[in-house]
Design a protein around this ligand. Structure first.
Ligand SMILES: [Zn+2]
Length: 464
């Protein structure tokens, strides 16, 4: 064990020496900028999204929320007229374009990020955009920029001590995990970046200063999440190769779930003494539950990637295991994840939550898997229990009454059959492991319905 520890430490030190110059300090990890032109451009973009008539509702909601946090003082009538016209032109040109996936907007962002605040709009920006920026500049400088510049500066100042305390160890681990050296990264801080709160292309991060989700230790995690996008080429190639070996394509978005998971886990580990309650961003915002398939992906990351992060597996082994698990499930649906797979993932997440609730003795949380309806029915042996309260009561009596124990629950052989977009039946086996060595178990059939609050069990037939 000592030898093992020693060799791991040695490998760790070697990688650190390879990837980070010894003198690397937190200040070297990121170069923060708080620039006038890039802020003006993003603020106009936010106004265009907020006022647009044919805008993705999610983008619009994010822009409207941002504008509430970043007001300007009153414009004079002629300033307002010019401003409105520029916003209208922005709406026509940009309101349906994602700054992350648009080559022209990315080039604009690079030019504006390094522009001199005091000069005019950079000449590398072509007209008509350059003219629009010039036309809006004086009003923005007079009525918005002092407050926006201050807000950005405060965000940078709040992140500073966190980076000084934790930045270098997190950057070292990220470099090791992705197997790439730490690059030079510039961070442009703006009041609103895009719908996601931040985006990264090349080695330029553009991040919101006023987004409530990007504050405190979440700002620390998310700056490293964004930085991960600058060192993820190798891991993306490795993932693609693992899927190709299995004659399959890497499912869309899987590597992004991995990036969320990794930055969250490394930040949480680094903060374990200063912020032991820290909940990684994607868990706090329920992102794994919201994005299709990510509930399953998160399970796989827990199972195979977390051990890699803890140094128990190699990266290659973790990637191959995850690819096999994903492809194994996908072959049933002839290679593509379908709507049925989406339903199955949602139902699996409900059952997973039930199992973990049961195993921590939390019957109330376990019961959240059941529809809170009078018509909930529970058949077991020759008895019928009707209603949610009654079902909870039955569980309480049977497993929490005097002399009884809940044991450790496992579901296996799950079969999820989608009957309709809002209905499915699930078959499987249950087994309990009791402390006295007994292992009661049996079969179950569940009927799930999709209710406004999500997928819930409306009927349960359990046999032993
Ligand atoms: Zn990302």
């Amino acid at each position: 064990m000592n030898t093992f520890r020693y060799s791991r430490l040695a490998i760790g030190l070697f990688t650190i020496a390879l990837f980070l110059p010894t003198a690397c300090s937190a200040a070297d990890l990121f170069q923060f900028r708080n620039g006038f032109w890039i802020n003006l451009h993003h603020y106009l973009y936010a106004e265009a999204l907020a006022q647009g008539t044919n805008v993705n509702p999610r983008w619009q909601a994010s822009a409207r929320a941002a504008l509430e946090h970043a007001p300007c003082s009153a414009f004079a009538a002629d300033e307002q007229r010019d401003w409105n016209e520029v916003v209208k032109l922005y709406e026509q040109s940009f309101s349906s374009r994602d700054p992350l996936f648009d080559q022209e907007l990315l080039a604009v962002n690079r030019a504006l990020g390094s522009a001199d605040d005091r000069g005019s709009a950079p000449i590398s920006i072509s007209n008509p955009l350059r003219g629009q920026l010039q036309r809006a500049a004086d009003a923005y400088r007079a009525h918005c920029w002092p407050a926006h510049q201050r807000a950005n500066a405060l965000w940078i100042a709040a992140l500073g001590p966190r980076l000084a305390d934790h930045g270098t160890p997190i950057a070292k681990r990220l470099s090791e995990v992705y197997g790439e050296p730490w690059p030079n990264i510039v961070v442009d801080v703006v009041t609103y970046s895009n719908w996601a709160g931040a985006y990264t292309a090349d080695h330029q991060i553009t991040v919101d200063s006023l987004n409530p989700d990007y504050q405190g230790d979440s700002a620390l995690e998310m700056i490293f999440h964004e930085a991960s996008h600058t060192i993820d080429d190798g891991i993306i190639k490795q993932l693609s190769a693992a899927f190709r070996k299995l004659n399959s394509d890497q499912p869309n978005g899987f590597e992004h779930a991995l990036i969320f998971f990794t930055a969250g886990a490394l930040t949480q580990t680094e903060l374990r003494s200063s912020d032991p309650e820290y909940v990684p961003y994607a868990y706090r915002l329920g992102i794994y539950k919201r994005v299709p398939f990510w509930a399953e992906d998160e399970q796989l990351l827990q199972q195979y990637w977390q051990p890699y992060l803890q140094g128990k597996h190699s990266r290659q082994a973790a990637i191959e295991s995850m690819a096999r698990a994903i492809v194994g499930e996908d072959t049933k649906a002839s290679g593509a994840r379908t709507v049925d797979d989406e339903v199955a993932a949602a139902i699996r997440a409900v059952l997973d939550q039930q199992v973990s609730a049961w195993n921590r003795g939390d019957l109330d949380a376990f019961m959240r898997g059941y529809a809170k309806l009078g018509e909930l029915s529970f058949y077991s042996g020759s008895t019928v229990t009707s209603g949610w309260e009654q079902t909870l009561q039955r569980y309480r009596t049977k497993y929490q009454g005097a002399g009884n124990q809940m044991g450790k629950l496992v579901f296996s052989d799950l079969e999820i059959h989608v009957l309709a977009p809002d209905a499915a039946w699930v078959g499987g086996r249950w087994q309990l492991e009791m402390t006295d060595g007994k292992r009661p178990g049996g079969l179950f059939t569940l009927i799930f319905r999709k209710l406004p609050e999500g997928w819930k069990i409306v009927h349960d037939h359990t046999s032993s």
